[in-house]
Ligand binder design. Sequence first.
Ligand code: SF4
Length: 327
Amino acid sequence: MNNLILTKKILNWYDNNKRTLPWRKKCSQKQREYFTLVSEFMLQQTQVSTVIPYFKNFIKNIPNLDSLAKINEKKLLKYWEGLGYYSRVKNLKKTAKIIVIKYKKKLPITLGELTKLPGIGEYTANAILAIAFNKPYIPLDGNIERIIKRLLNLKSEAEISKENLIKQKKILGTSNRSSDYAQALMELGALICKPKKPLCDKCPLIKNCKSYKKQDFEITIKRKKKIDKFFMIKIFTRGTKILLIKNTKFNFLKNLKIFPMEEISKPKNLKKSLNFKMSNMNMNINIKVMKKMSNIKNSSWIEQSKFNSYTLPTFTKKIFSLLSKYL
Ligand code: SF4
């Protein structure tokens, strides 16, 4: 496979098919760095279509690194509310502060320095270097991994291991348009080489693709096993108010408001439990309406009729919306 031809085909496809996304609009280098940082944090666990309105609102209200480094946490969480995984936005602010103070408002331009910043792992650092600084890096996201797996028809555990995919990445070559190239590959994976039913007749790589030749598009994915966990949520009410606590106990939704809850062993009767998926957990939740009030630390009483206007994690709001059956 000639890498140069492959690269040209992909860039040519991108030039004619790329989506207009708010973080791709023409802007100064300073804005490019900021837009890339914010969008990459938002996109870490969320799809493009969901991120777009959040990104626009975030940038409108927090337009640069300075304002992000200074904003108070309550306001910051309001602009992130609904995107979930709140540790991302807290890390984003910490990172902005470090960049403002230590790096004089300029994003560092080495992998080593970037990966030391809160919330920036290998993937995000690669994406920032490619997209914001036009450096020849290819961030290996799910979309790009899928293209490599399909182009080379990689199937076995060893073939799809991260180490092997990093090695095989070289088939994609490099371009002096590194920023466009990284985005072109992500875009091709998202729009054409889709997980189910890839649109091969629209793909610029159709002649180079081993999976197409074999008509075998099944993707092998290393799945993280979700762990079943069981929780008891306790509902305390006082008149029209309901009690929430600041979560200092669990690693998920850290320091955010949740209903008082504790982890329990698997109950005998599972039929009544609510189910949520949270990172690597299948959460099975039982709800208990409490009659007596005990002394609970870090608690606050929330007016039920105004519940949805508070800045609260989606998890807490979802539980609240299901409570009518219990109260
Ligand atoms: S030809 Fe089909 S399977 Fe191969 S890379 Fe293109 S879209 Fe994916």
